[in-house]
Design a protein around this ligand. Structure first.
Ligand SMILES: Cc1cc2nc3c(=O)[nH]c(=O)nc-3n(C[C@H](O)[C@H](O)[C@H](O)COP(=O)(O)OP(=O)(O)OC[C@H]3O[C@@H](n4cnc5c(N)ncnc54)[C@H](O)[C@@H]3O)c2cc1C
Ligand code: FES
Length: 329
C-alpha cells in the first residue's frame, strides 16, 4: 500500500490487488469498499483513479468531507499495511473504445474518474482527443497538478484548462464559475464530442443546462454522482404528500407510512431500520433487501445480480413502492 498526500484535504491511497483476484475495470468505474475502524464497518464507494490498464494495484483519492466519517479516517489515519475489502467494479460512467473525442468536465473531487481515463489513454498510447476542464477553488486545491503538466507534454491530443473560483492575485488563468463562455472558448468544436461530467450536484446541473443550451444531444452527456447534498435520506415530505402506502420491516418488527417520492432506503432510515448502503444509485448492490410482499419499481437495476433478482431481492436505494410492501429488514 502507498499513501500520497495530494492537497491539504485529499490523499491518494494505492492498494495492491490480492494476487488471487483479477481486477478488470473500465476507465471511470468505481469500487465499493468496506473499511473497519473504531470497531465499526463502514461501506463507501470510491472511483478508481489509477489506470485500469494496471491491474496489479488500484488507487483512490478520497477528499475530506467536513464532519465526514470515512473520508476523515482515510485522510488522517490510513497507513501502510492497511487491508480493505472491495467489491466491483461498478458503474456506467466510463470511456468506451468508440469515444474518440472527449471533454472531461470536473469539479472538486470529481476529478478522480477523469484521472483514470487520462492515465488509461496514456498507458495505451491512444490518440483520443481529450480536453479537461477542471474547476476548483484555489491553486492549492488542484489534485494531480504535476501529473497534468506531464501528460500535456506526453499526450499530443490532450489539453487542459483550469478555472479557479477563489484565485490568488497572481493566477494567470481563468477565474469564476463554470459558464458557457468558458466551455465555448476551450471547446470550440463540439461536434462529435462526448462530455463526461463529475462534481457536486449544483456544478453538474449548471453544466447540463449549458450543454443543453449549446444543443449537445443528451446521449453525448455522461455523468457520475458522488452523493453529498441531495443524495441520501432527506427530510420527510409534507404530510399532505403521503401516498397512503405502508412499509413493514419484518425482521425489525416496525411499520411506517411511506411518503411520496421516498425510496425504501429513505423510509427505512426514517423508521430507524438500518439497511447498509453505499452508492445510493442502484449500481453496487450493497442495499439489496428481500421483498416479502408487494411490488417495487426500481429506477436502476445494474446493481442486482440475476440470482438475487430471482430470489426476490430489490435495490432499496432506488426502489419505490407502488402499494403496501413488506421487506426482510
Ligand atoms: C460512485 C461514487 C464514487 C465516489 N468517488 C469518490 C472519490 O473518488 N473521491 C471522494 O472523495 N469521494 C468519492 N465518493 C464519495 C464517497 O463515497 C463518500 O460519500 C465521501 O467520501 C464522504 O464519506 P464520509 O463517510 O466521509 O461522509 P459521511 O459521514 O457519509 O457524511 C458526512 C456528511 O457529508 C455529506 N456528504 C457525504 N458525501 C458527500 C460528498 N461526496 N460531497 C459532499 N458532502 C458529502 C453527508 O450528506 C453528510 O452530511 C464517491 C461516491 C460515489 C457514489
Ligand atoms: S446502495 Fe448501491 S445499489 Fe443501493
Amino acid at each position: 500500500m502507498q499513501v500520497t498526500k495530494q492537497t491539504s484535504d485529499s490523499t491518494t491511497l494505492r492498494f495492491v490487488v490480492n494476487s488471487e483476484r483479477k481486477l478488470d475495470a473500465r476507465p471511470g468505474q468505481f469500487l465499493t469498499f468496506s473499511f473497519l475502524f473504531d470497531g465499526k464497518k463502514e461501506t463507501r464507494c470510491y472511483s478508481i483513479c489509477s489506470s485500469p490498464a494496471r491491474s496489479g494495484y488500484v488507487e483512490i483519492t478520497p477528499k475530506r468531507v467536513k464532519d465526514g466519517c470515512v473520508s476523515v479516517f482515510l485522510n488522517d489515519r490510513a497507513a501502510i499495511g492497511m487491508t480493505v475489502e472491495a467489491t466491483g467494479p461498478f458503474g456506467q460512467f466510463c470511456l468506451t473504445p468508440e469515444d474518440k473525442k472527449i471533454v472531461l468536465l470536473a469539479a472538486g473531487s470529481g476529478i478522480t474518474p477523469m484521472m483514470a481515463m487520462l492515465r488509461y489513454l496514456d498507458d495505451l498510447c491512444l490518440d483520443t482527443q481529450a480536453t479537461l476542464l477542471y474547476c476548483v477553488r484555489t491553486r492549492d486545491d488542484m489534485t494531480f497538478r504535476q501529473e497534468f503538466e506531464e501528460l500535456r507534454g506526453r499526450l499530443k491530443n490532450f489539453q487542459y484548462h483550469v478555472l479557479l473560483s477563489k484565485p490568488d492575485a497572481d493566477w494567470p488563468g481563468a477565474r469564476g464559475h463554470i459558464s458557457r463562455e468558458f466551455i465555448s472558448k476551450n471547446v470550440p468544436e463540439i461536434e462529435g464530442r462526448v462530455f463526461f461530467l463529475c462534481g457536486p450536484p449544483p456544478f453538474m446541473e449548471a453544466v447540463r443546462r449549458i450543454l443543453t443550451e449549446m444543443e449537445v444531444a443528451p446521449e453525448r452527456i455522461r455523468q457520475e454522482t458522488f452523493g453529498g447534498a441531495g443524495v441520501g435520506p432527506k427530510p420527510p415530505l409534507l404530510r399532505t404528500a403521503e401516498t397512503g402506502f405502508t412499509i413493514e420491516f419484518a425482521s425489525s418488527g416496525k411499520t411506517a407510512a411511506l411518503l411520496e417520492g421516498q425510496s425504501l432506503l429513505e423510509a427505512a432510515a426514517a423508521a430507524g431500520v438500518d439497511i447498509p448502503s453505499a452508492c445510493r444509485q442502484g449500481q453496487c448492490g450493497t442495499c439489496k433487501t428481500r421483498l416479502l410482499a408487494g411490488y417495487v419499481h426500481m429506477t436502476a437495476e445494474q446493481g442486482l445480480d440475476p440470482e438475487s433478482r430471482a430470489r426476490g431481492f430489490v435495490l432499496t436505494c432506488v426502489g419505490h413502492a407502488t402499494g403496501n410492501v413488506r421487506l426482510d429488514a
